[in-house]
Structures are given as C-alpha cells and as structure tokens.
Design a protein around this ligand. Structure first.
Ligand code: UTP
Length: 302
C-alpha cells in the first residue's frame, strides 16, 4: 500500500443542513454563495491545490445542484457564446474543467461516519482525505501558507498514520466541538489519545477542537462497519477515529490559516461580510451600507 501520497478526497455533503432551514429544504447549503461562488468550490479548490486528483462527493437528496454546478451546461454556454459574452463563457467552461468528480448517493442521512463509509469502494486501497466543506479555510497568501489539506498530507508524509486538523478554541466554545486528549509531539503536532464530543469546560481534556479536515487510514472502514449508532442515533466519525487512535497513530495538527464556519447562518453571514471587506471591489460597497445604516439609526435615536 502506498502510504506516502493522498490522491483521493471525500466530500460528505449529504447532511440535511437543518440549521439553514427552510433554505435547505430544496437548496444544498454547499451551494450557498460565499461572496461570488458557492461554498463547495472553496473545498474543491483546496483539495486540488493539495495534490488530490480524485474527488468523491457523498451526496443526498436536494444535492443535485452540486453535480450540475461542476458539470457542463451546454445550453448556457451556447447562449453566452452567441451573445458575445466570451469572458463569462470561458469562466463557465473552466468550472466544469476544474476537476473530475465522482458522485455517490448516501440513501439515508445516517451520520457523517456512515457518509464516509459510503466512500469505501473508492478509497479502500490507501490513505484518503476528507473535507467537510462547511468549514471554509482561507490560507494566508502573503505568507504563502499551504492549504490546510496540504498541511495534513505533509504530516502524513512525514509521520505516516492518520491526521486531523485541530484548532485551539476559546473556553466558551469548547462545548460546541469534539475535543482531544493528546500527547504533544512537537510544536503544533499532537498524538491523539482520546476524544470527547462536546464536553463542558470542566470535563474537557484540552481546548484543542477537531475541525473538518482529515487524512484517514482505510482501517476506518472496518471500524465504521462494526460500529453501531452513537449520539443522535447517527454513525459518528469521531467515535470511529477514537477507536482508530487505539490501533494506529492518529496525529492532530494545529492548522495555519483562517477558518470560516459556514455551517450556521451567523457564521455564513459573517464569512460573507469579512471576505467582501477583503475584496477590493466589494469593500467600498459593504462600508457604504454599514455607514448608511449607522447614520440612519443614529438619526432615529436623535
Ligand atoms: P453536520 O453535523 O454539519 O450536519 O454534518 P448537516 O446535516 O450538514 O447540518 P445541520 O447540523 O443539520 O445543520 C457535518 C458534515 O457531514 C455531512 C454533512 O453534509 C456535513 O458536510 N453529513 C452529515 C453527511 O454527508 N451525511 C450525514 O448523514 C450527516
């Protein structure tokens, strides 16, 4: 088995997205715009820029739009071409040429662990990446920080074993995440010993939280197959990684870069405002709106 490359990357996108209802009744949350393109496109770009060439999406109901987004749209392309909108035409073709993507349907949303298990037929021959696209990571361009998936693959290439992304979170946020107990190997790299899902701050073994990026050993599939439903009646990936860590090395790496949690309405909105403020063409628009709203509300107070 070739353990020194990670070419395959799974995108579990079959969740119901209840925190975005009613929008997600019909629209995939991964297709919501983050400034000028869908959330999912950031994850796909990250995988490609990390050297992954085989992308597999685990999709579900109401997710057809993801497939359509990365496919050719001959009618639209023809229309743009005949109307002389060449730049837009090129842009549309480039999206469908971005990557070869395979789609697998998770028939029932039985949990993230189950979604990963749906990828087994394509990933059982070696280590593979997993990207949860709700967590959007933006690398620091000036410091040329590699994408987060590339940071994980680098640790895998150096140490072998599975790798998960970690963030040192604020005390008040500990109860929102899976938290690790670990041995520190070196600066920013931990050997995972155990994990606790959403602990209180008193119970939390650390403040290092698991984020939505993983490099996993194919041994995870056997564990997931044997594992029953956990919290919420779902097959939990965290439970399986916990078991994996007792059998094989699982490393945690404190990622470098910025994370935007686009899995909640508040987080998604904040990400849009923040990234629009960083876009030279949009910054003025946002600041103008904020100023106008500020002026109106201070006028109302007076
Ligand atoms: P979440 O826990 O964020 O669930 O899933 P969700 O359904 O996307 O959103 P909420 O909590 O209901 O608002 C984490 C990741 O696992 C995928 C999701 O698509 C998301 O990328 N997932 C979850 C599946 O693919 N299948 C599942 O059965 C559950």
């Amino acid at each position: 088995m070739d353990t020194l490359t990670v070419k395959k990357c799974l995108f579990p996108v079959a969740g119901l997205g209840t925190r975005f209802l009613p929008v997600t009744k019909e629209i995939a949350k991964e297709m919501l715009p983050l400034v000028n393109r869908p959330i999912i496109s950031y994850g796909v770009e990250e995988a490609l820029n990390s050297g992954c060439s085989d992308l597999i999406m685990i999709t579900g109901r109401a997710k057809r739009s993801i497939e359509n987004y990365f496919d050719r749209s001959f009618e639209l392309e023809h229309l743009l071409k005949t109307r002389g909108k060449d730049e837009l035409y090129e842009k549309m073709v480039a999206i469908s040429n971005m990557a070869e993507i395979l789609y697998v349907r998770q028939r029932e949303p039985l949990g993230l662990g189950h979604a990963v298990l749906c990828g087994e037929p394509f990933c059982r021959d070696g280590y593979f990446g997993v990207i949860l696209p709700d967590d959007v990571f933006i690398s620091d361009k000036e410091e040329a920080t590699p994408p987060v998936m590339a940071q994980l693959i680098d640790v895998h290439n150096r140490l072998g074993g599975s790798v998960i992304a970690l963030e040192h979170v604020a005390r008040e946020d500990v109860s929102r995440y899976g938290i690790i107990r670990s041995e520190v190997l070196s600066d920013g790299i931990h050997r995972i010993l155990d994990m606790v899902e959403k602990p209180s701050i008193e119970e939390a073994p650390s403040r290092y939280a698991i984020m939505g990026r993983y490099v996993l050993s194919p041994s995870i599939f056997e564990i997931l197959t044997k594992q029953g439903a956990g919290a919420g009646g779902e097959i939990q990936l965290t439970d399986a990684i916990k078991t994996l860590a007792k059998q094989e090395p699982v490393w945690g790496v404190v990622y470098r870069g910025r994370r935007f949690d686009c899995g909640t309405q508040k987080g998604w909105l904040a990400a849009n405002v923040q990234l629009a403020l960083e876009d030279p063409e949009l910054r003025g628009v946002v600041l103008d709106i904020v100023k106008k709203v500020g002026d109106t509300s201070s006028g109302q107070k007076g």
